[in-house]
Design a binder for this molecule. Structure first.
Ligand code: ADP
Ligand code: MG
Length: 303
């Protein structure tokens, strides 16, 4: 295609909400044969809400929620926002927290003032909220009761996080998300273009499957840590695939950069938008197929 044709193509994209970083990006766009999609915030709304809370003997739901919410107020993850909002709603003022550390794809840690038998007994302790294996690695493995509750809640198709402090797991919190109304349509569009689709997520297999079944995705790769997302892209490229990656989170940025075409949700984080070659406005996934169709038209591979 001539430089003029590429310029016209990117201009047309901008009109319908597909923002290419430069005209040359269209060259990569028309060669794509595989589309890898992140789950939370990409296929789903990412506006999560807290569901059931189950706690260890001796704890109250309010305390587990309050301590988790205090820590999560330092994070911008959709799980964190859901827990913080629920905490403020149900408990009011949250306990003091400091030393917040984000562990991408695993959870968060820091110190929170946990309730004691009376106000004077409250002390700052190390807290972790996240995947059970992240708690186990810090000597706070879930006991049989919490493990059972965790598995039950996950089987319901939700995302479940564990909360631990003072050397023990204290509870689990289920968080639910909804598939975007446009996602099923978007995936139909991608398969009509003959594209192979893959769901790639840090979330658990069951939650991933329930989303994949709702929108019809060819493959599911779940439970992947942020660093592992890049490896999946590299592996697919090694198999000869030309890969577009669609994501919204900080944890997606390396994979967006590695992909032949990185596509960020306009509703996503700045880090993702910077790492990507294309941004779709309003986080409308249907624009991903539109972008690829525009690339093919511009490069004359379809009429
Ligand atoms: P996705 O790939 O779907 O965007 P992430 O990689 O962001 O998911 O997160 C993967 C998993 O890591 C979550 O399902 C959760 O178990 C855990 N996790 C990540 N961030 C947090 C957080 N702020 N609080 C609790 N758990 C978290
Ligand atoms: Mg995400």
């Amino acid at each position: 295609a001539t430089p003029t044709a590429l310029m016209v193509g990117t201009g047309r994209g901008a009109q319908f909400g597909v923002l290419f970083k430069g005209p040359e990006v269209l060259e990569a766009t028309h060669r794509i044969d595989t589309v890898v999609l992140d789950k939370t915030g990409t296929l789903t709304s990412g506006e999560m809400s807290v569901g059931e809370i189950v706690c260890a003997g001796g704890e109250s739901e309010e305390d587990v929620l309050a301590v988790a919410a205090a820590l999560e107020s330092g994070s911008e993850h959709p799980i964190a926002r859901a827990i913080t909002d629920a905490g403020r709603d149900r408990v009011g003022d949250l306990p003091t927290a400091d030393g917040f550390i984000n562990m991408p794809g695993e959870g968060v840690t820091g110190r929170v003032r946990v309730p004691g038998p009376n106000a004077e007994a409250a002390v700052m302790v190390d807290v972790i909220v996240g995947r059970p294996d992240a708690l186990a690695a810090r000597g706070m493995a879930l006991d049989g009761h919490l493990r059972g509750a965790f598995d039950d809640l996950e089987s319901g198709g939700g995302t479940v996080v564990a909360v631990g402090w003072g050397g023990a797991a204290r509870g689990v919190i289920a968080v639910t998300d909804t598939v975007k109304p446009t996602s099923a349509d978007a995936l139909r569009g991608l398969s009509r273009l003959g594209l192979h689709t893959v769901l790639l997520t840090g979330d658990n297999e069951r939650a991933a499957r329930s989303v994949a079944d709702a929108v019809r995705i060819d493959d599911v790769i779940a439970g992947v840590l942020p660093a592992g997302k890049v490896d999946v892209i590299t592996r697919l490229q090694g198999e000869g695939r030309v890969v577009a990656m669609v994501g919204d989170g900080v944890n997606d940025a390396p994979a967006l950069a590695q992909a032949d075409l990185g596509i960020a949700m306009g509703t996503g984080t700045d880090v993702a938008i910077e790492a990507a070659d294309v941004t779709v406005v309003r986080g409308d996934l249907r624009l991903v197929g539109d972008a690829i169709r525009l690339g093919r038209r511009t490069l004359n591979t379809i009429k």
